[in-house]
Design a protein around this ligand. Sequence first.
Ligand SMILES: Nc1ncnc2c1ncn2[C@@H]1O[C@H](COP(=O)(O)OP(=O)(O)OP(=O)(O)O)[C@@H](O)[C@H]1O
Ligand SMILES: [Mg+2]
Length: 376
Amino acid sequence: MVSVDTVLSALKKVVDPELHKDIVSMGMIKELAINNGKVAFTLELTTPACPFNSDIEQDVRNTIANLGVKELELKVTARVMEGRAISMDELLPGVKNILAVASGKGGVGKTTVSVNLAMALAKTGAKVGLLDADIYGPSVPLMLGLKASPEVINNKIQPPISEGIKVISMGFFYEQSQQAGIYRGPIISGIVKQFLTDVNWGDLDYLIIDLPPGTGDAPLTIAQTIPITGILIVTTPQDVAMNVAVKAIGMFNKLNVPIVGVIENMSYLECPHCKEHTHIFGKGGGQLVSEQFKIPFIGEIPLHPQIMTGSDIGKSVIISDPDSIHSHVFSKVAKTIAGRISVIAAEMRVQQEAESNQSQAGDSFSQAEAHNAPHL
Ligand SMILES: Nc1ncnc2c1ncn2[C@@H]1O[C@H](COP(=O)(O)OP(=O)(O)OP(=O)(O)O)[C@@H](O)[C@H]1O
Ligand SMILES: [Mg+2]
């Protein structure tokens, strides 16, 4: 009969393909119990949107079967890892990861990507929020077909909900005041920060921030003041040709904000008959930028009327046509991003542990020093 140790040392050979660490060291095996030869445990994955979830599960099942275990009771769950600096915890205690969506210039599809990404992540069962940080031109409410006047309860703004996603946008407030604003970067960043602190976000696995376009004052100040887990750069093939994405990557690199990856929007047109892809604006630009800066290439999103119509009518293609190819494209992209965020969160955890060990070592060193110090 197998023992707990045998099971754990066998499972230590199962490695998460993205985190490059074994699932036992990552603390993914919970509530392991062995009863009359029956092995039961919970496999807690790092995100419900992990692209390798079924591979890891299969690997675990094979490993246990190879031990000669006849009965396995396996529960698979997911708990998203926290990927934010501990020092900012008090700002948003229930939010595990903040993903900011940025671009070198306007009109490349940041909001389209943010909205569809939020939808695709929520569909996997993750708790998702969407913050429209485009204070001048908030378009998230329109793309979601969401008209609302947020309530204030106990001094907290209650975010309106669309398809399970908690949403906040200046658009909800302009609707009340009938005016759009012209604000400088620090004021915009102040409003965004207020959107973080004064909104009742509750518990979220992912908070997506649709940043204002470009590399100006506004996105820069927001990126500096908010505890962002990672930035997703949206680009188009023309954008790459004009080096605009490069400028954005340079800015975030300087700020030391991790870049989750580059996504190329409006990459190609697919022929509805033969399914051939035509790269009307050039091919491989996003990939080139990713290689140049050693940041992951998340994927390509086609240029398609169904994606645009979804935005215009306020119903994402993921909801209106969940089995469509475009819905699948966004789901795939969302899974890749969730995987990347898990990697960044795991790296942050390792770094924080190292820092805390170092400071503990420092503490004991100074205690030892104090102990050995001559008494004056
Ligand atoms: N893949 C796509 N296929 C077809 N149309 C698209 C696609 N992506 C975006 N669009 C359309 O392009 C326009 C610009 O997109 P979007 O508003 O998302 O860009 P943005 O980067 O957020 O712009 P801004 O900088 O003004 O905030 C919209 O009309 C949108 O519907
Ligand atoms: Mg936008």
